[in-house]
Design a protein around this ligand. Structure first.
Ligand code: 6CS
Length: 297
């Protein structure tokens, strides 16, 4: 069974142990459930706990190629695949994914609903202040999904600012919403949608003139849906990048993870995973979390 955690029940989850059982997880192997609210702090504990129980709980979305939940419930996608490989190097056999909206990923991590986030949760100042990011695994770009022919010629954030009648679909708490807010695009021009699918539906229903999402996510949807087109990279949107995110108390785990990640990034397996999901391994070379954490928002 796959759990969909809305922001409301993530924040409620912290106290309501009884709810723990409903947060059944997508297991790539075993299917035990960690009791809700179990205290895990101080890095060493998390590593010891995860090794003992044989898995790490990870907050994910379901937005290929960043994350993907297969029909048999297994978790994959670029970020979980790299996380799984690095966990194996740390002696942790498995990961268990919990699907949740982007706006809930950090609150759920802090509420001990999961132990890591590996979902393409892009680094930026506000997020880097709340979690410990590993070094980047991927860098990527943003685009607009628009009706065929791009009738309103929406190509840049400046285009959105220049025409107050334009309505832009974004995910609540998502990086793109952050870009519009930083650019002072009023909320009246923002249409909140739950996920990739509902963003494209908003376009088709003429509830939005464009859907702001990562380029590769829009292209993945366009593989099976020809009702819209994907613009080139939005030139006035910041470069994005992400890695795994951990609680600020899990310092030892974060350190151990980065050591194994840096070693793994030098192996052909790392490039194979990124190639499989359409990411450019060379583009992330030399890019640091410190650098990406400078991104405004
Ligand atoms: O980091 C974020 O908030 C964004 N990341 C992805 C992979 N998709 C959309 C989301 O807004």
């Amino acid at each position: 069974m796959i759990a969909n955690l809305t922001r409301r029940n993530v924040l409620q989850g912290a106290g309501v142990a009884a709810l723990g059982a409903v947060f059944a997880v997508v297991a790539t192997g075993c299917a035990t459930v960690t009791p809700a609210g179990e205290a895990v702090d101080g890095g060493t504990d998390l590593l010891a706990l995860a090794k003992k129980q044989g898995y790490l709980r990870v907050g994910i979305a379901n937005e290929p190629p960043y994350t993907q939940v297969n029909s048999d419930g297994t978790v994959t996608g670029c970020e979980p695949d790299v996380l799984k490989a690095v966990c194996k190097r740390l002696g942790i056999d498995d990961v268990q994914g919990i699907i949740t909206p982007y706006e809930s990923m950090i609150p759920g991590l802090q509420a001990n609903r999961w132990d890591a986030v590996a979902a393409g949760l892009f680094m930026k100042q506000s997020r880097c202040a709340e979690v410990l990011y590993s070094e980047p695994v991927i860098v990527s770009t943003e685009s607009f999904g628009v009706p065929s022919g791009n009738p309103k010629n929406i190509l840049t954030v400046a285009d959105v600012l220049a025409d107050a009648s334009l309505r832009i679909a974004v995910l609540p708490g998502g990086f793109e919403e952050g870009i519009l807010n930083t650019a002072k695009v009023p909320a009246s021009q923002q249409v909140k949608v739950n996920d990739g699918r509902s963003g494209i539906e908003a376009l088709a229903a003429d509830r939005a003139d464009a859907f702001f999402l990562p380029t590769l996510s829009l292209r993945a949807i366009a593989e099976t849906d020809t009702s819209f087109e994907v613009t080139e990279q939005v030139p006035d949107a910041p470069r994005t990048g992400s890695g795994a995110a951990f609680r600020t108390t899990d310092t030892a785990f974060h350190k151990a993870y980065n050591v194994e990640l840096e070693a793994f990034k030098k192996t052909p397996e790392f490039k194979k995973i990124l190639d499989l999901w359409g990411f450019d391994a060379a583009a992330v070379e030399g890019v640091t979390a410190d650098e990406l954490c400078q991104t405004e928002g």
